[in-house]
Design a protein around this ligand. Structure first.
Ligand code: C2E
Ligand code: MG
Ligand code: MG
Length: 727
């Protein structure tokens, strides 16, 4: 019940007996004549009856109202209490009347109730308050009105309302703390995007204070207009966005990557009132992702893009070429010349340093849009993303050679490096990036074959050659398995007597479709692929067995030596020496077998070669340096290696009679060999003049077409059968 109404009731509290006494007193004072007295008395009776009726009515009303009500006299005694009051105080009906308040409720005296009642009486001013009653453990809203007679008290049970308020306050408190203490940024905006509320994390996230933000629109925080457009599209379509990636610009201008969850706020009429959302800073996660991506796509040593990333960019260039015929690009494949030498001699750290240095120089040689990648080892690839003409690629290749030429300071040494570069021009003909890289690689291989320090532009003949080479390799592998080889024997003769003194075993390939294939076509490839190991072993075995057979059948064969060529890779085989010892022992070829090796093969592994030949010499096998004069610093090798003979290379023999200085060189080689007690055999003697010159220079043995080309075993056997023994 409202306090106003309560106050109106308080004006006329029915006061039963007191009032009646007052009326009686006045009646007594005004009493005069008996008639008048009687009339007055009647009137008084009547008014008393009326008052009593009114009193009953008021009590009835008070008993019906939902507020609790009681009246106290000045001595704090209850002079009236309605039923509701007793109900609210959990008392039996009629038990309150006449009670002394503080006696009945001693705990109330010092409670809010007691204090408020006493204050109201003392000040003669109403008291309005809410308090919890310890008597019944409920909340009451109380209005107490003092008067000279006492105090009228109305009270209502507001426990439920209080609890609801408390719950609301609690939820609000929780919400505030959720909002303000949240680690994620939270905001609420109007429909135009103006901030209406932001939490502390939001301030920290974007670097603006709350006051600043409340003057701003969320729109102004978007770093990329495209994000905003996407946001508007999605929120319009779905009413919310979840896990929306957005780039925001902070107050200091820096940009952060965020994840946004936002929903539309609708007003009571279902119209968009604004938005609210939570922003989570994912810049760190993004950075981690970025660095993961970098690791996956970059070479850790040089920081350059790796093959995977290069291929991706190359693919993009190819796609563009497919759309736009006027677009040109090129791929450069670059391989350092002699990198292995630097790595092996200066160590891997220096090698790494060189690669990093080269990477930086390559980057400096191209334009910003181009890609320099490290494919692995000492191989680099460059994508020239846009060129006008072939000459652009040429120019850049030239520039790279120039830059690389500058010395590198490595491990306290000055090192020079060069590279072989292959160029492939991009065209719509290529379907896959691998094909382009392959062709650039082929062109690089050609540049390397031509001696390095240059570049070659890929053309289709190169491709054809590369394909042919590949086919050859496949064929060769099969040939080695199927033993499609044959051994020819070239006679070595004495220049003094013209007699046959030895044979050189030379491999031939009986190709199923191409016929007899010469070593020049397959030996280099066999060496490169390692197929020379089984092939060389086969030739060695076949030649030794054949020789043993001839020696057994033809007396004139018994004086002949047998020369077999051995490649560097064969020497690296651990069991080669043992195998040869075994052959020599079982076939009785001690003092017969000679192994021919080129100088470069010996230098490839000098210690191994020296050790191997010392042992072989014990087994009666001699060492011959083949193609003498074409390799490195020949003379020193003659001292170091246990050499028994050398073969003067055909190129010197060929020039005899034409070139005087050449004649002197041949003379010097023969003299030197003589001084060292080494036999000098001349190779490739084709004319009688050459033979005579060699003889004049002191050479004692020779081989060449003049005497005989290499012969098949059957042809040589016929020769052996016819000729007489020379010794
Ligand atoms: P090489 O060991 O120097 O063999 C001599 C080469 O000169 C042979 O070539 C021979 O046919 C050729 N020749 C001989 N006399 C003359 C001549 O008067 N004029 C000309 N123009 N050439 C002459 P072939 O048989 O083609 O062998 C070439 C090279 O292949 C050999 O050179 C040798 O290095 C290598 N080779 C051959 N067979 C084998 C083998 O079984 N193992 C290894 N590792 N290499 C082999
Ligand atoms: Mg030879
Ligand atoms: Mg030779």
């Amino acid at each position: 019940m409202e306090p106003k109404e309560g106050a109106a009731h308080a004006e006329a509290p029915p006061r039963g007996d007191d009032q009646r006494h007052a009326i009686d007193a006045r009646e007594r004072e005004t009493a005069g004549s008996p008639a008048v007295d009687r009339a007055r008395l009647l009137a008084l009776e009547e008014s008393r009856a009326r008052a009593e009726a009114a009193h009953r009515e008021i009590v009835a009303v008070l008993d019906r109202i939902t507020d609790g009500f009681f009246a106290l006299d000045r001595d704090w005694r209850v002079t009236y209490a309605n039923r509701r009051a007793e109900e609210l105080l959990a008392l039996a009906p009629g038990t309150l009347l006449g009670q002394h308040l503080w006696t009945r409720f001693p705990d109330s005296y010092d409670s809010v109730f007691g204090r408020e009642y006493r204050r109201a009486m003392a000040d003669m001013a109403p008291a309005n308050f809410e308090a919890r009653s310890v008597v019944v453990d409920r909340w009451f809203s109380v209005h107490a009105y003092p008067s000279p007679e006492g105090l009228s008290v109305y009270f209502q049970d507001v426990t439920e309302k209080r609890r609801a308020e408390e719950a609301l306050r609690e939820s609000e408190r929780r919400y505030r703390s959720l909002f303000h203490d949240a680690r994620d940024a939270i905001y609420i905006t109007s429909s135009s995007g103006r901030f209406l509320d932001v939490n502390a994390s939001m301030e920290a996230l974007v670097g603006y204070s709350r006051a600043e933000l409340l003057q701003m629109s969320a729109v102004s925080l978007y770093a990329r207009p495209a994000d905003l457009e996407r946001f508007r599209r999605e929120i319009e379509a779905h009413g919310s966005v979840h896990g929306f990636e957005v780039r925001l610009r902070r107050s200091d201008g820096s940009e952060i990557d965020c994840l946004l969850n936002s929903v539309v706020r609708l007003d009571a009429d279902g119209r968009v009132a604004g938005y609210q959302g939570i922003i989570h800073d994912i810049t760190d996660r993004k950075r981690a992702e970025e660095s993961l991506r970098r690791d996956a796509l970059h070479d850790p040593l040089t920081g350059l893009p790796n093959r995977a990333l290069f291929m991706r960019r190359l693919e993009r260039a190819l796609e563009r070429a497919a759309r736009d015929p006027a677009y040109h690009f090129a791929v450069l494949f670059l391989d350092l010349d002699r990198f292995k030498v630097i790595n092996d001699s200066l160590g891997h750290l220096a090698g790494d340093e060189l690669l990093v240095g080269v990477a930086r120089r390559l980057e400096a040689s191209v334009r910003p849009g181009d890609t320099v990648a490290r494919l692995g080892g000492d191989e680099f690839a460059i994508l020239l993303f846009e060129i006008e003409e072939v000459e652009d690629a040429d120019r850049i290749a030239e520039r790279i050679h120039e830059r690389l030429k500058e010395p590198h300071a490595l491990a306290g040494q000055t090192v020079f490096t060069t590279a072989s570069v292959g160029v492939a021009l991009g065209s719509a003909e290529y379907e896959r990036p691998e094909e382009l890289l392959r062709d650039a690689d082929t062109a690089m291989y050609r540049a390397k074959q031509l001696g390095g320090v240059q570049h070659q532009v890929f053309d289709h003949t190169m491709h054809a050659e590369a394909m042919a080479l590949l086919r050859l390799e496949t064929d060769l592998r099969r040939a080695v398995e199927e033993e499609e080889f044959d051994v020819f024997y070239q006679p070595i003769v004495s220049l003094d007597t013209g007699a046959l003194v030895g044979l050189e075993a030379l491999a031939r390939w009986r190709h199923p479709t191409r016929g007899l294939v010469m070593p020049a076509e397959f030996i280099p490839l066999a060496e490169e692929t390692g197929l020379i190991v089984p092939l060389g072993r086969w030739v060695l075995d076949a030649a030794c067995r054949r020789m043993a057979d001839w020696r057994a059948r033809y007396p004139q064969a018994r004086t002949l030596t047998l020369s077999v060529n051995v490649a560097a890779k064969q020497l690296a085989q651990r069991d080669l020496v043992e195998h040869i010892e075994e052959l020599v022992r079982t076939l009785g070829l001690a003092g017969i077998l000679r192994l021919e090796m080129t100088e470069s093969a010996l230098v490839a592994n000098p210690e191994g070669a020296i050790a191997a030949f010392r042992r072989l010499r014990q087994a009666g096998v001699e060492l011959c340096i083949d193609d003498f004069g074409t390799g490195y610093s020949s003379l020193s090798h003659l001292h170091r290696f246990p050499v028994d003979m050398l073969k003067i290379d055909r190129s010197f023999v060929e020039r005899l009679g034409r070139d005087e200085s050449n004649r002197q060189i041949v003379g010097a080689i023969v003299a030197l060999a003589g001084a060292l007690g080494i036999e000098a055999i001349a190779e490739g003697v084709e004319t009688p003049q050459q033979r005579d010159e060699l003889r004049a220079l002191g050479s004692r043995t020779a081989q060449g077409f003049l005497f005989s080309p290499p012969l098949a075993a059957t042809a040589l056997e016929a020769l052996l059968r016819e000729s007489r023994p020379t010794a």
